[in-house]
Design a binder for this molecule. Sequence first.
Ligand code: DGJ
Length: 737
Amino acid sequence: MTIVYDEAAQTFHLQSRSSSYIMQLIKSKYLAHVHWGGKVRGTSPGQLLAIRRRCSFSPSTDPSDLTLSLDTLPQELPGFGGSDFRVPAYQVQLENGTTVSELVYETHRIYAGKPALDSLPSTYAMEAGEAESLEIVLCDSLIGLKAVLTYTIFRELDAVARSVRYVNESGRKMKLLRALSMGIDFPHDDFDMLQLSGTWARERHIERRPLVSGGSVIESRRGASSHSLNPFLALLSKGANEEQGEAFGFSLVYSGSFTAQVEVDPYHTTRVVMGINPFDFCWLLEPGESFQTPETVLVYSSEGLGGMSRTYHKLYRTRLCRGAYRDRSRPILLNNWEATYFDFDADKIEQIAQEGKELGAELFVLDDGWFGKRDNDKSSLGDWFVDQRKLPNGLPELVERVSRLGLQFGIWFEPEMVSPESELYRTHPDWCLHVPDRRRTEARQQLVLDYSRQDVRDYMVAAITNILQSCPITYVKWDMNRNMTEVGSALLPPERQRETAHRCILGLYEVLERLTTAFPYVLFESCSGGGGRFDPGMLYYMPQTWTSDNTDAVERLKIQYGTSIVYPISAMGAHVSAVPNHQVHRTTPIEMRGHVAMSGNFGYELNPALLTEAEKAIVKQQISLYKDMRYLIQSGEFYRLRSPFQGNDTAWMFVMEDGSEALVAYYQVLSEPNAPLKKLRLNGLNPDQDYLVYDADRPEDGEELFGGDELMRVGLKLPVWKGDFRSRLYRLRRVNS
Ligand code: DGJ
């Protein structure tokens, strides 16, 4: 890992373990992008960067050199108005109304370590030697705008973290109409684009398509990263698959509305820009003020999508997630939501917890309905005091009863919301997002609190602190069940109204920082109607996320497979629920439900008292097996083997970083008549070493010895099953060290 500036050639070379990111100053002014991809030793930038003169429709900024046109120059932070007609990364508006700007190089510095971003989540380095950073300052001296571009590379990983700080150094006000986090221009368009799309209960399905001329946009205008389109995209070389080919990943560390735009120009170059969605955004910069963008994390892999995912997993698991639980095994939880919904009292909860304890659960989570007068979702959000009708002796007594069983206690909040039917709303009707005299659109009978306001944030921190201090609670599920509408704030002046959505996200981050700092021993899990905010921004504060409200084992194969494209397994909450499944009414065997949920952060979401004795025995075994394997599942390297998007079978595997152990999960959705004999080629093993392979649920059936080369090149024989919804977990133990 090094960052080198070559004075003579005016090149910046960011060299990671096996990749290079190279930029060059053109005419000592323009910051051009030269290369991102496989590692190169030296740089002869004159040869690397190809530019040629085009027609008058791509004008030159230098009459003496008609090859130089911003419209065709590959750039790092493209602007608009001065001859680049492609999609820009930033745009400002001056007091005189004009929107033209041109940023040119001013200075740079290279230093060890990685800076934190002001008020925003980001990846980090624990020691200075793990990362190296480059700061390049671009300036438009005519209008007093500066952009400070920060790049960080990591010693162990082929990732580049990028962000920008826009600074108003003029003596006048300036508006940022567009303030994206990055731009990059590739010299060709020979890519497929991969994105993660969906909706509630169907999150992060994989979609792949070839690039075509013009723009491809993925974005959210919802005030949240959203179920619909995750703030991530990858460009893949043609034919790239899980194991081979080039993959270029772009992931935004942000939880609000975002955009990621890919534009192919007439010369078949590809521009990618990413950041806060400029739609309905505008940020006023007073003289001397600056605006920090969220971070984008760029990952390069020459080992296909699998290699890209493993880099994201490691970086996000170890250098984005924080806190006491970052490296700790996560507790197996039992959540009462699908067991009771709003209909419970202390006795019922204690009974469910007791059954859970007998089966081996470690943490009981009391979900929605314990506060205010919440018998359904029509009321009480904001009234974070216990419902004495359901829990007459208060929360401390219930926590005491559950703790006495030997279980930790966790609790649900939805702190960014208010029900119109609540004490809080009656007292503070102006504390929600709203626009004067206009309808306040309700969703799930609730409104969005205005987290841009300090008083709202302080109130909520105090309310949650009060509960968390009242009894030994070790886990919080932080839910958020609707998106922003009528985005206006009662406190912001007219010229700052379009800052509201981003200010709310900054407010959320502030609240999370305060609470996670005050309660460092509490495990926070983020949730938004399942995976409606499964993004790196939330992972910075909460190391796990409820992946989806859809707990059906078959649906979960796609959801968990898609989520694993970017996010580590330790981040994915996955629970076994009752059948028929509450979301799709499908009945799958307890074995398959367990095997799917065990490939994530494991738990149950049902009333164990309603299980048969035979099912209870299986659940007990699942829990004890998961306890034995969770270090491997939660921190091992993950390999996708068969895609649920391509057929009836799904398979993936986990390999310990030292190669000593592995776990293979194989699922067959529907039974096949007179099925062919199938083999499953494994990955990530050492071809020169031998492995004992056995059925994780039935080790007594015996083990077989195979070479790593056989398992990876010939494959593991798969069972032939009769009946739908079948699955098996295989454990592998390396015999020679
Ligand atoms: C949505 C979450 O995703 C569910 O798990 C549950 O907590 C409900 N909200 C409760 O209202």
